[in-house]
Design a protein around this ligand. Structure first.
Ligand code: ADP
Ligand code: MG
Length: 466
C-alpha cells in the first residue's frame, strides 16, 4: 500500500465513481478493492452483463452495489434495481451494505421484500416509493402477481448467491420474475460456485456476459486444522473441553442435524457457556436476535446446521468446530473457510468417531493433505474462570419504524450517558427494535442510563438480551 493512489490498480479512485462515493468508501475503511471487485467493477461499470464467481467473504456485495448505484437516478422515484437473494438473512445483509454504500447520495431508498413479514407492511413501504428492492424470489413473485411491485423502470438486475438459489429450488421463481423485468437492462450474477444450472440462467437471461472467476485464495494455510477422535458418548462434552482449552471469543459449532444442535446448546448452556442455536425452523425474530448477538460478540458459540449458516457474514471468527464430520468434503471446506479470514489465523477443530473415518478420508483427498490428529488429553482448561463473551447485547424497543438510526444510539451512549466509542460495539437496527452491543464491564450502567435517558429525544425501553 505504499504506492501513490493514482498508480495503484486496486485503488477505488481508478474507477469512474463520484467523488462523494469515493469519500464514502474511504469513510467505510474500504481502502483498496478486493480481488473480485478489482476484476469485476471496471467491466460492470461499463454496463456489461457479468457472471462473477468468488468465495464467501470476498466482497461481492460492494462489487454489484457500486454498479447498481452508478446506474441509479436518485431523483427518479421508481424501482431501478432488483437484487434477488436466497434467504432473508442474506437479503438483510445485502440491503445493509447497499445502504452504507448509498449514503454518499441523498435519499436513496432500499426496501427488502422477504417472506416472514406481512405483505401489507411491505406494500406500505413500496407505496412510499423505493429505488432499490432486495428480496427473495418467492416473495418478489408474490408481489409481482398481486401487482404491488412495478419493475418497468428497472435498469439493473442482480442475482446474488445464484448457486444457493438454485440449490434451494428457486429456478422457476427466478425465471418468472426475470421475465417481468425490462429487456433493456444490465444483469449481474454472483455466485460462490459454478454449478451447471448457472450456464442455463446465463444463456436465457444474460447478454454476452463476461465471466470472471477469482480463484479461492490459499488462506487455508492460515487455518490450523486439528482432528480429535471421539465416541458417541463423549462427542458433545469434547466441545466444552475444546472451548475451555482454546478459549476462542467467537466459535461456530457445526452439527449435521437440528437435534444435535439442540442437544449441544443445552449441554453448553448447562456448563455456563454463552451458546445459541441456529437452525432452519426458528422463527424469523429469533433468528435475527441470535445472529445479532453472535455477530456483535455477545455470544461465544453459535451452534448451527449448514443450511442455516450459509452465507452469514461474520468476519471475526476465531474457531470453527465440526461437531459432526460432514459427509460432503466441499461442505467441510466451506465450514472451515469461515475462520482465518482477512489475514487472521483461525482454528478448525473436527470431531470424528470411527464410523466417520470414511468422511475424513474424503476430506483428506479433497484437500490433498493428511489430517493432523490430536488426543483429547491435550484439552486441558486454560485461562481463569468461565469463558465469557466480551460484549453484552442490549435491546432497545424501537427501530426503523420509530426512525431510530445507529448514530442516534451511539450518540445517546457517548453523549449524555458518557461512555466512550470503544465501549460500544455493533449497533443493529431492525424494523421494530435495535440491538446494541456494549462492553461487558459497563453493561449494567449502560442499561440504566439508556432507560433513564433519551434516544433521539424520546424515552426508550431497554432490556438485556440472552
Ligand atoms: P461476499 O458477498 O463475497 O460473501 P461481502 O460482500 O459480504 O462478501 O463482504 C464481506 C465483508 O467485506 C463485508 O463485511 C464488507 O463490508 C467487507 N468489504 C467488502 N469490500 C471491502 C473492501 N474493498 N475493503 C474492506 N472491506 C470490504
Ligand atoms: Mg454475498
Amino acid at each position: 500500500m505504499s504506492q501513490a493512489p493514482e498508480n495503484n490498480p486496486l485503488d477505488f479512485s481508478q474507477l469512474p465513481l463520484s467523488p462523494a462515493t469515493l469519500a464514502n468508501l474511504t469513510q467505510l475503511g474500504y481502502t483498496a478493492m478486493t480481488p473480485i471487485q478489482a476484476a469485476s467493477l471496471p467491466v460492470a461499470l461499463l454496463g456489461k452483463d457479468l457472471i462473477a464467481q468468488a468465495k464467501t467473504g470476498s466482497g461481492k456485495t460492494a462489487a454489484f452495489a457500486l454498479v447498481l448505484l452508478a446506474n441509479l437516478n436518485a431523483r427518479r422515484f421508481a424501482i431501478q434495481t432488483l437484487v434477488l437473494c436466497p434467504t432473508r438473512e442474506l437479503a438483510d445483509q445485502v440491503a445493509q451494505e447497499v445502504r452504507r454504500l448509498a449514503r454518499a447520495e441523498d435519499n436513496i431508498k432500499t426496501v427488502t421484500l422477504c417472506g416472514g413479514v406481512p405483505m401489507r407492511m411491505q406494500n406500505a413501504s413500496l407505496e412510499h416509493g423505493a429505488h432499490i428492492v432486495v428480496g427473495t424470489p418467492g416473495r418478489i413473485l408474490d408481489h409481482l402477481q398481486r401487482g404491488t411491485l412495478d419493475l418497468t423502470a428497472l435498469n439493473t438486475l442482480v442475482l446474488d448467491e445464484a448457486d444457493r438459489m438454485l440449490d434451494m429450488g428457486f429456478l422457476d421463481d427466478i425465471t418468472t420474475v426475470v421475465k417481468q423485468c425490462p429487456k433493456e437492462r444490465q444483469t449481474l450474477l454472483f455466485s460462490a460456485t459454478y454449478p451447471d444450472g448457472i450456464d442455463k440462467i446465463a444463456r436465457q437471461f444474460m447478454r454476452e456476459p463476461q465471466q470472471i472467476t477469482v480463484a479461492a485464495q490459499h488462506t487455508e494455510s492460515l487455518i490450523e486444522q486439528r482432528f480429535y477422535e471421539v465416541t458417541r458418548a463423549n462427542r458433545l462434552s469434547t466441545v466444552a473441553l475444546i472451548l475451555n482449552h482454546f478459549r476462542p471469543v467467537s466459535t461456530i459449532a457445526f452439527c449435521n442435524t437440528k437435534q444435535q444442535c439442540r442437544e449441544l446448546v443445552a449441554l453448553l448452556q448447562a456448563q455456563g457457556f454463552s451458546a445459541l442455536a441456529l437452525y432452519g425452523e426458528l422463527e424469523q425474530r429469533e433468528r435475527d436476535q441470535v445472529l445479532a448477538q453472535f455477530a456483535n460478540r455477545s455470544c461465544s458459540v453459535l451452534v448451527a446446521t449448514d443450511v442455516a449458516s450459509r452465507g452469514l457474514d461474520i468476519t471475526q471468527l476465531e474457531a470453527v468446530i465440526n461437531v459432526d464430520i460432514s459427509p460432503d468434503a466441499e461442505v467441510h471446506v466451506h465450514r472451515i473457510g469461515r475462520t482465518g479470514r482477512a489475514g487472521e489465523s483461525g482454528l478448525a477443530l473436527s470431531l470424528a468417531s470411527l464410523d466417520e473415518m470414511g468422511f475424513v478420508g474424503r476430506i483428506e483427498q479433497y484437500q490433498n493433505r493428511e489430517s493432523d490428529w490430536h488426543t483429547l488429553d491435550e484439552l486441558t482448561p486454560t485461562g481463569s474462570g468461565r469463558l465469557l463473551p466480551p460484549m453484552v447485547t442490549l435491546q432497545i424497543l424501537g427501530g426503523r419504524k420509530e426512525k431510530i438510526r445507529a448514530g442516534d444510539v451511539l450518540g445517546a451512549l457517548t453523549g449524555d450517558a458518557g461512555f466512550t466509542r470503544e465501549q460500544v460495539g455493533k449497533i443493529h437496527v431492525t424494523d421494530f427494535c435495535t440491538f446494541v452491543a456494549v462492553d461487558r464491564a459497563i453493561a449494567h450502567d449502560a442499561l440504566e442510563r439508556l432507560n433513564n435517558g433519551k434516544v433521539k429525544g424520546k424515552s426508550v425501553k431497554v432490556r438485556f438480551v440472552g
